[in-house]
Design a protein around this ligand. Structure first.
Ligand code: HT7
Ligand code: ZN
Length: 854
C-alpha cells in the first residue's frame, strides 16, 4: 500500500482561488457541476491534478470549452493546461444513498449531509483535496421541496427560489478561503432552535441548531453551550466569530463526534441532544465540550488550518487544550483535570506503548483517517499545556495572539506554532520540539534523600523514553515537573511549589533548610504527561491523599496507593487493604472537599489501567484483585456509604455543579454498597432505577444491576429497553451497559446482543456501543479460549465492508497481544492474521491490522 511521507511535502502545483459548486440533489443520483478557477503556482509545466474517489468525469471543460485530452491516473483526473490561469469545469453523478462509509455526501435519517475531513471531498467532486489549497466557495443546491425543505451550506445564505416541478434552490457564499475538508452542505426536513449572539465588536450572529422536529426540545443545552463558548473565546483568547450565521446540524449516522465545517458544524446527534430523562451528566458535559471544541476550531483550524495532515495536531491538540480550558472554567478545574488525565491514561498511554504508537507529528501514514488518535488529540493538547506552563499565562496568551495574527488565512505547521511560542516569550524551545517527533510516554524516576537531622534534601530525577515502532533510541525530553515537599512529621509544606524543567537523562535538585523527613509531591496538576516511578511508601501516599494542597496530586496519591495495592493483589493473590480503606474514609470525612472531587478520588483505577502496570496482563487476576478491594472498601466503610447514599438523595433534578457532584458521589456509593455484597443491593438499586427523575441516576442503578446477579437485573434491562425503544441514543446505552458488564458471562451475552434486532453495524454509534465497549472490557474481551477475539474479528471484517473508518478504529484491542500470556497472544495474532488475509480489505483496516502484527 502507498505510504505518504511527511518529508515528501511539496507546495501545490495549482491553486484554486474560487470554487463554484452546483448540486442537483437526489439520494440515488446527485449531479455535481464544479467550476474551479485555477492558477499555476510557480513556474512549472505540470498538468492540473484533481483528486477523485470512485466517480467518473461525465464532462470536462476548460475555459467553457469541452475538452477530451484529460486522463485518469489512479484516482486522479489529470487535465493538461496551457496557460497560467483557467476555468476548469467537471461534472459527476454520485449516489449518497449507497454511501455506507459516511464520507463525502451521504444520507442519514432521510436527510443528506456531508463529511469531508480528511479526504471526503474527493468523493463528491474532482478537486485538489489537500488542506493547503484554500478556495472561496459559492454553492448552489437544487432539491425536492417536500423532502428537503431546508438547504444549508457554509458561510452566509445569499439567495433562494423555486425551481419548478416541486423543486427549490438555495445559494450560499462563504467569503473565507477554506480547504476542501471544511466544505459542507445539508439538505433535509429539519426544525431549528434559534438563538443569537452579539460579538464584542457588535456583530449580531444568528445561531441555529437544526434537528428533526421531534428532537427540538432536546437542543437547549447545546445552544446554551454554544453561546458560552463564543463568549469564552472572546474573553480568554480574544477570538471573535466572523460570519453572520452559525449553524449546527445533528445527524444520527456519523463516524466521529462532530465536524467543524465553516459556519455549518455537523454533529453526531449524541453530542447535541439532551434532556434530563435521556442524557446523563456525563452526556451533558460531553455536549458542552464538543460544541465548544467545534466552535473553537473556527480560529484554531479554520482561519488557520494545517499545511498537510501530518500537522493535524496543530489544530486538534490546540483545540482540545482550548476546550479543556473552557470546560474547566464551567465547573471544577480540578475535577476536569482528573477526568482529562484519566482519559489520557485510558486511551493514549496504551496507544503510546503499543504497535500503533506514533509521534504527535507523525512521519508517515497509509490512511490518514487512522491518525485521528488520542495521541494527536490528547497528547497533542498536553504539549500545548506544557508550553503554557513553561511560558506562564501572559506570555502564552501573547504567543497565541502572535500565532493567530501571523498565520490568519494560511495553512500552517506545528513548527509555526512553536516558533510563535518561542519568539513571543524569548524562550528556547529547541529541545521541547522532541515532543512532536518522539513517540512513547516518558518514565521519570524520582527519589528524595534526606539525612535525619540534616538541612538539605536531594531530589534525584531520571528520565527514560521507551522504544516505540521505528524509534529504538530516544533523546531526553524537556519535562516540566511541578513539585513541592511536605514534612512527614508536621504535615506542613516545606517548600513553595517549584517548576523543574528536567531536560537531562538525570538531574538532582536540592532543597535547603529541610528540617524533617520530606514527602515528595511531584507532577502536580499532571504538569507533564509522563509516568512517575517513585519510592514513596503507602504511608507517604496516604499522607498526600489527605494533605496535599494540589487537588490533582491528592487524587494521584490516592490512585497510586490503590494501584500499588491492586498490583500486589493481582500478582500475589492477596494484599493489605487497610491503607486504602483508611485513605478513602479520610477523604469522605473531609469537609473541605466537594462531592465531585470525592467521587473521583475514591474510584478505583480501571481493570485495563491495572493491567497496564503488569509485565503480563492476567485479566482474571486483575478482576479478582479489584473486586476484592472493592468489597473491602464496601464492607469496611459500609456505614459511610449508606449514610452518604441517604444524605445525597436530592429533590427535583437540577443541572448545577453541586447537584451533579451529589449524583456522582451517590452513584459511587451505590457501587460500593453493591460491592459489599449486602443482600438488599438489588432492591436498593432497583428502587433508585424506578424512582429516578433523570438518566444519571437511572443509568447508575442500571449499571449496578447489570454488573451483578440480582433478581431485579432482567426486569430493569427490559423496562429500560421498552421505555426507550424509540430513542436510539438511549438504546446505545442499553447495549453499552451490558457490553461493559463485569459479569463472567458478558462475552456470551455480547454475542447474543449482536443478533438483537436493534443491533446494526451500519450505525457507528450502535457499533461502538456494543463492539467498541466490548473491546475495552478487559475481563470479557480476554475471556479464556479466545471467543471474544474471534467475535471482534468477525464483526470488524463485516463492518469493514460498510464503513472501514469505523471498523479500523475498533481494532486496537486486538493489537495488544504482546501484553498477554502466550496462549492469548497466539489467539489474538491468529485473528489479526485472519483480518489481514481478507481479500479486498480496506487500507484503513490493513494499516491497523498489519502494524499490529509487526
Ligand atoms: N476535525 C474533526 C475530525 C472528523 C473526522 C475525521 C475523520 C473521519 C470523520 C470525521 N469527522 C470529524 C472533528 C474534530 O476534531 O473536531
Ligand atoms: Zn477537533
Amino acid at each position: 500500500p502507498a505510504v505518504t511521507l511527511r518529508a515528501d511535502y511539496r507546495p501545490p502545483e495549482w491553486l484554486v482561488p474560487e470554487t463554484a459548486l452546483d448540486f442537483d440533489l437526489d439520494p440515488a443520483a446527485t449531479r455535481v457541476r464544479t467550476t474551479l478557477s485555477v492558477t499555476r503556482n510557480g513556474s512549472h509545466a505540470e498538468p492540473l491534478r484533481l483528486d477523485g474517489a470512485g466517480q467518473e468525469p461525465l464532462a470536462v471543460k476548460v475555459d467553457g470549452v469541452l475538452v477530451n485530452d484529460w486522463r485518469i491516473e489512479g484516482e486522479q483526473l489529470v487535465v493538461p493546461l496551457a496557460g497560467d490561469a483557467h476555468s476548469v469545469e467537471t461534472e459527476v453523478v454520485i449516489a449518497p444513498d449507497r454511501n455506507t462509509q459516511l464520507m463525502g455526501l451521504y444520507a442519514s435519517g432521510g436527510n443528506l449531509c456531508t463529511q469531508c475531513e480528511a479526504e471526503g471531498f474527493r468523493r463528491i467532486t474532482f478537486f485538489p483535496d489537500r488542506p493547503d489549497v484554500l478556495s472561496r466557495y459559492r454553492v448552489r443546491m437544487t432539491a425536492d421541496s417536500a423532502r428537503f425543505p431546508i438547504l444549508l451550506a457554509n458561510g452566509d445564505p445569499v439567495a433562494q427560489g423555486d425551481a419548478g416541478e416541486g423543486r427549490h434552490w438555495a445559494e450560499w457564499n462563504d467569503p473565507f478561503p477554506k480547504p476542501s475538508y471544511l466544505f459542507a452542505l445539508v439538505a433535509g426536513d429539519l426544525a431549528v432552535n434559534r438563538g443569537s449572539f452579539t460579538t464584542r465588536s457588535g456583530r449580531e450572529v444568528q445561531l441555529g441548531i437544526w434537528v428533526r422536529a421531534s428532537d427540538l426540545p432536546r437542543t437547549d443545552h447545546a445552544l446554551h453551550a454554544l453561546k458560552l463558548s463564543m463568549a469564552w473565546d472572546e474573553r480568554v483568547y480574544g477570538r471573535e466569530y466572523d460570519l453572520d450565521v452559525f449553524n449546527i446540524v445533528a445527524v444520527d449516522d456519523f463516524n466521529f463526534g462532530a465536524m467543524e465545517n465553516k459556519g455549518l458544524n455537523i454533529f453526531n446527534s449524541r453530542y447535541i441532544l439532551a434532556d434530563p430523562d435521556t442524557a446523563t451528566d456525563y452526556d451533558y458535559d460531553g455536549i458542552a465540550a464538543v460544541v465548544a471544541h467545534e466552535y473553537f476550531h473556527n480560529w484554531s483550524g479554520n482561519r488557520i488550518t494545517c499545511r498537510d495532515w501530518f500537522q493535524l495536531s496543530l489544530k486538534e491538540g490546540f483545540t482540545v487544550y482550548r476546550d479543556q480550558g473552557f470546560s474547566a472554567d464551567q465547573g471544577s478545574p480540578a475535577v476536569k483535570r482528573i477526568e482529562d488525565v484519566r482519559s489520557l491514561r485510558a486511551a493514549q498511554f496504551p496507544e503510546d506503548a503499543g504497535p500503533l504508537a506514533h509521534p504527535v507529528r507523525p512521519d508517515a501514514y497509509q490512511e490518514i483517517s487512522n491518525f485521528y488518535t488520542a495521541t494527536i488529540y490528547n497528547k497533542g493538547a498536553e504539549l500545548i499545556r506544557m508550553m503554557a506552563t513553561i511560558l506562564g499565562p501572559q506570555a502564552f496568551r501573547a504567543a497565541t495572539d502572535l500565532y493567530f495574527d501571523r498565520f490568519d488565512g494560511t495553512a500552517a505547521t506545528c513548527e509555526d506554532f512553536v516558533a510563535c511560542m518561542e519568539e513571543s516569550s524569548g524562550r528556547d524551545l529547541g529541545q521541547f520540539r522532541l515532543w512532536y517527533g518522539q513517540a512513547g510516554t516518558p518514565r521519570v524516576s524520582a527519589s528524595v534523600d534526606h539525612a535525619p537531622g540534616g538541612g538539605r534534601a536531594t531530589l534525584r530525577l531520571a528520565q527514560r523514553v521507551p522504544a516505540t515502532p521505528g524509534q529504538p533510541d530516544k533523546q531526553p525530553m524537556v519535562l516540566p515537573l511541578k513539585l513541592r515537599l511536605f514534612g512527614a512529621e508536621t504535615g506542613r509544606p516545606l517548600t513553595d511549589e517549584r517548576l523543574v524543567l528536567l531536560d537531562q537523562p538525570a538531574e538532582t535538585v536540592t532543597f535547603e533548610a529541610i528540617t524533617e523527613r520530606p514527602i515528595l509531591s511531584i507532577n502536580r496538576g499532571f504538569s507533564a504527561p509522563v509516568v512517575i516511578e517513585s519510592d514513596r511508601t503507602a504511608a507517604d501516599l496516604a499522607f498526600l491523599s489527605a494533605h496535599d494542597d494540589d487537588p490533582f496530586a491528592r487524587y494521584e496519591a490516592m490512585q497510586q496507593l490503590m494501584l500499588d495495592t491492586l498490583v500486589a493483589g493481582a500478582i500475589e493473590g492477596a494484599a493489605d487493604h487497610d491503607a486504602v480503606v483508611a485513605a478513602i474514609f479520610n477523604t469522605l470525612e473531609n469537609p473541605e472537599l466537594d462531592y465531585a472531587f470525592m467521587a473521583e478520588a475514591v474510584l478505583l483505577p480501571s481493570e485495563s489501567f491495572i493491567g497496564d502496570q503488569l509485565a503480563v496482563v492476567d485479566p482474571e487476576a486483575v478482576h479478582r484483585a479489584r473486586e476484592t478491594l472493592r468489597r473491602a472498601i464496601g464492607q469496611g466503610l459500609a456505614d459511610s456509604w449508606r449514610q452518604l447514599y441517604a444524605v445525597l438523595q436530592q429533590g427535583p433534578y437540577a443541572y448545577t455543579p453541586d447537584a451533579k457532584g451529589k449524583r456522582r458521589l451517590r452513584g459511587v456509593a451505590l457501587g460500593y454498597i453493591a460491592a459489599s455484597g449486602d443482600a438488599d443491593t438489588g432492591r436498593l438499586a432497583f428502587r433508585q432505577f424506578e424512582a429516578a427523575d433523570n438518566m444519571t441516576d437511572r443509568q447508575a442503578a442500571l449499571t449496578t444491576l447489570a454488573n451483578g446477579d440480582y433478581a431485579e437485573r432482567e426486569a430493569a434491562l427490559d423496562i429500560f429497553y421498552n421505555r426507550y425503544a424509540d430513542n436510539s441514543l438511549v438504546l446505545d446505552k442499553w447495549f453499552q451497559t451490558q457490553a461493559l458488564s463485569s459479569r463472567a458471562d458478558t462475552a456470551a451475552l455480547v454475542e447474543q446482543l449482536a443478533q438483537h434486532p436493534d443491533f446494526s453495524l451500519a450505525n457507528p454509534n450502535r457499533a461502538r456501543s456494543l463492539i467498541g465497549a466490548f473491546g475495552v472490557n478487559q475481563r470479557a474481551f480476554h475471556t479464556a479460549g479466545g471467543a471474544g477475539y474471534r467475535f471482534l474479528a468477525d464483526q470488524l471484517i463485516a463492518l469493514d465492508t460498510l464503513n472501514p473508518q469505523t471498523a479500523a478504529k475498533l481494532l486496537p484491542p486486538l493489537g495488544r497481544w504482546r501484553r498477554f500470556d502466550e496462549q492469548r497472544a497466539a489467539l489474538m495474532r491468529a485473528e489479526l492474521e485472519r483480518i489481514v488475509a481478507v481479500p479486498s480489505l480496506s487500507k484503513d483496516m490493513f494499516e491497523q491490522a498489519s502494524k499490529s502484527l509487526e
